[in-house]
Design a protein around this ligand. Structure first.
Ligand SMILES: [Zn+2]
Length: 84
């Protein structure tokens, strides 16, 4: 990706949904009662905008953002909470 394409590329999206309710996570498929997230990976390839996933559970959002090695630490710190 060149620098112009990088500027137009979509950044990562993490949005906490308003409601606490029962839902099935679109990533892990497990049913949970919590506030879900709307999530989209950062765009890496110019012609491919990753799909928006919704609802995604908290664990999956952190795992997608930080990788399976680091997400537990980030979850404890709540580093995505409140991000829009
Ligand atoms: Zn999940």
């Amino acid at each position: 990706m060149n620098s112009i394409e990088r500027k137009k590329a979509k950044p990562r999206l993490v949005q906490l949904l308003d409601e606490t309710k029962y839902f099935k996570c679109t990533v892990c498929g497990i049913g949970k009662i919590q506030r879900g997230y709307r999530f989209r990976h950062q765009q890496y390839v110019p012609k491919y905008v990753p799909p928006i996933l919704e609802p995604v559970c908290r664990k999956c959002v952190y795992r997608e953002c930080f990788g399976s090695k680091n997400y537990k630490k980030e979850m404890k710190e709540g580093s995505l909470d409140g991000e829009i």
